[in-house]
Design a protein. Structure first.
Lengths: 418, 241
């Protein structure tokens, strides 16, 4: 950690002459304030019901975000201050530097130093080769992404780009894969008929991950895309074994296990179809070999029922049952909830430019028959943006989305730029 | 005799084609003063006569139908659009990655984006002179031109150029269904001692109460290196310096 920070400062000092060559610019900042409210409805018949008060499930919440974005001389920055409040939890406030970096260079060689958002890939609902930013997709009114500290050397021509990244310098394996130290090489080529992307990333946790993606526009209304990732190693969050003893079932620290996977794969294929009338449709199918299987979700549900049943036995503290149920429900926070999924996204933008747009997302988990459907409407004026919508979870009784201790989320947001 | 007539027809057709190309190049010169430049543009959208929206853009234009639009307004800060011929990429601040979009998606964005990113007719259109007409007291040539590429915002334009110096006076802009989408009126002024288009007023014919004014605030010769027009370069901040 110390070594990494030291190296970072050393590299920053090395970069100073290059930075000084940049034309000094005055402060150029834009501000945005955003307020978001969410009303979460619990699923009354959930097998996790006894543990819900100890979790964020079913808790109404709100947050106010203040965002500053722009440049201060050669430094680009994105700062957010967030005040968040949630039922059954203490209010929190935090200030985060989502981005704080400098880009410099000349000719074909360019460099980046600092913390910057590094999203990649071509998909809408799932992004197999987004191995640097690891953005969580399909969130309702998501918070601003937090960048990845890194050093990058990039080489550009008119049609090609090679980028070498050293992310989280000096870090090894951390609690979150995004914060792991890693080396990565990214390639981009603008070919005649498609954009081609390639990436290879090496980290302690996953070994080598390598993949590619393409995006092509064969017709003025149609875009096609696909993405594929092969990993040396992977991890999967899973419930306990069927034979787990009662003692283990009641231990919140052992409520779930992490399985090591050998050579898992991720893949996505999809298309976008847009009409002049303002309607658009995105269809995607994907596979995530690191997501839990349908059997594992069934097992999680069965264990939740076993835990709940234990509460009726003499000598079993209800707090222990609630705590273990709450701990096991964290499995719903995995990046992908199903190995095989299909997404249909119907969008409409008012072609008259009156600021109205609407979206309907239907995500189907093909292995267990669950669904997640979201409807959202947006209105944008000069500086004002209003969002409102609803998300509902459901499906077959043992599907992940049906087991989720929430039935629906109502959400609304207001944003003002100035 | 037949061979002679065919040759005459060929020569006259070629001459007409050359004429229209020269006319369009002359008209372009009032909007694009040098081959590569940065155009600072302010867009004002009016609804029922009231100012509804103001947007500020920096447009970096380079020969070969290349342009980068950097959105500068608070509400759009961080957005960039790249046009390379008929291909388009968009970067949104919420997800810093170049997103390949279809020409149709480009049209569904802020309606002004296509209008400000394309500053030339000569590279994109061909057609013929179809008579003359006086517009607001200015004797004009009437050109009926059609897009030669799939990425153009308006597949057909009826363009009126001043007979005296070929500056653009008025245009009718048609969408793919050949419906009249907008009428454009060009306001001329002087910038750096040169006669240029300082404002383009677009009156929407599909949304009756909508008027867009595109003000060209400054034109500065600036040739960004070729690699800046690489879609992967869009996420770098160098482009805004």
């Amino acid at each position: 950690m110390r070594l990494g920070a030291g190296l970072f400062v050393f590299l920053l000092l090395l970069a100073r002459p290059a930075l000084c060559e940049e034309e000094a610019k005055s402060l150029d900042l834009a501000y945005k304030t955003r307020a978001i409210g969410e009303s979460h409805a619990v699923r009354g018949d959930s097998p996790f019901a006894a543990g819900i008060p100890l979790t964020p499930f079913g808790a109404d919440r709100g947050r106010v975000e203040e965002e500053v974005r722009g440049r201060a001389g050669p430094v680009s920055l994105l700062l957010t201050g967030t005040y968040a409040t949630q039922e059954r939890a203490a209010s929190t406030g935090r200030l985060v530097a989502n981005e704080l970096y400098t880009d410099f260079g000349s000719g074909e060689n360019h460099f980046t130093l600092g913390k910057k958002i590094l999203s990649g890939d071509v998909g809408y609902g799932f992004r197999p080769i987004d191995v640097l930013q690891r953005e969580v997709r399909l969130q309702v009114l998501p918070p601003v992404l937090v960048g990845v500290p890194h050093v990058a050397w990039e080489r550009f021509t008119a049609d090609e780009a090679w980028s070498a990244f050293w992310t989280n310098p000096g870090e090894g394996r951390r609690s979150d894969p995004k914060r792991d130290g890693s080396f990565a090489l990214r390639y981009y080529r603008r070919a005649e008929i498609a954009d081609l992307h390639g990436i290879a990333r090496a980290s302690d946790r996953f070994g080598l991950e390598a993949g590619g993606a393409f995006s092509s526009v064969p017709h003025e209304s149609v875009e096609l895309h696909g993405s594929f990732l092969q990993m040396r190693r992977g991890e999967r969050t899973a419930p306990l074994a069927e034979t787990a003893p009662t003692q283990q079932l009641l231990n919140p620290g052992l409520a779930l296990q992490t399985q090591d996977l050998d050579h898992p794969r991720k893949a996505l294929g999809g298309f976008t179809f847009t009409r002049e009338s303002g309607w658009s449709f995105i269809g995607e199918l994907w596979w995530d070999g690191t997501a839990p299987t349908a059997d594992q979700w069934r097992q999680l549900g069965a264990e939740a029922r076993r835990r709940s049943a234990l509460a009726a036995l003499p000598g079993i503290p209800s707090a222990a049952v609630a705590g273990s149920l709450a701990a096991s429900s964290t499995m719903f926070g995995v990046p992908s909830i199903s190995r095989r999924s299909a997404l249909a996204h119907l969008g409409w933008t008012d072609p008259g430019g009156n600021g109205w747009s609407a979206n309907l997302d239907y995500l189907r988990t093909l292995e267990d028959g669950g669904y997640n459907v979201t409807a959202q409407i947006t209105w944008e004026a000069d500086r004002l943006r209003l969002d409102a919508g609803v998300r509902r979870f459901g499906g077959r009784s043992d599907s992940a989305y049906r087991l989720l201790p929430e039935r629906s989320i109502l959400f609304a947001g207001i944003a003002l730029a100035f | 005799m037949c061979r002679f007539l065919a040759l005459l027809l060929f020569v006259s057709t070629s001459a007409a084609a050359a004429d229209i190309h020269e006319l369009l190049k002359e008209a372009d010169s009032y909007r694009l003063t040098t081959d590569a430049m940065r155009v600072e543009t302010e867009v004002k959208v009016f609804k029922t006569g009231n100012l509804d929206k103001t947007r500020l853009y920096n447009v970096y234009v380079k020969p070969g139908r290349r342009s980068v639009v950097v959105m500068r307004s608070s509400a759009e800060r961080g957005q960039k659009l790249l046009m390379l011929g008929d291909d388009f990429w968009l970067v949104l601040p919420s997800s810093q990655r170049p997103l390949r979009i279809t020409p149709m998606q480009k049209l569904l964005g802020d309606a002004s984006t296509g209008d400000i990113a394309s500053l030339t007719w000569a590279e994109d259109y061909d057609g013929k002179v179809e008579g003359e007409k006086t517009i607001d007291g200015i004797p004009c040539l009437r050109l009926d031109i059609t897009g030669q590429r799939k990425g153009v915002s308006y597949p057909r334009i009826v363009l009126f150029l001043a007979k005296s110096d070929r500056h653009p006076v008025y245009a009718e802009l048609y969408v793919a269904s050949d419906k009249l989408a907008k009428e454009a009126a060009f306001e001329m002024g002087t910038m750096d001692g040169r006669k240029v288009v300082t404002m383009m007023k677009l009156t929407d014919r599909l949304q009756r109460e909508r008027v867009t004014e595109v003000h060209y605030l400054s034109r500065v010769p600036k040739a960004l290196p070729d690699e800046y027009y690489n879609p992967a370069f869009l996420i770098r901040s160098d482009i805004e310096q």
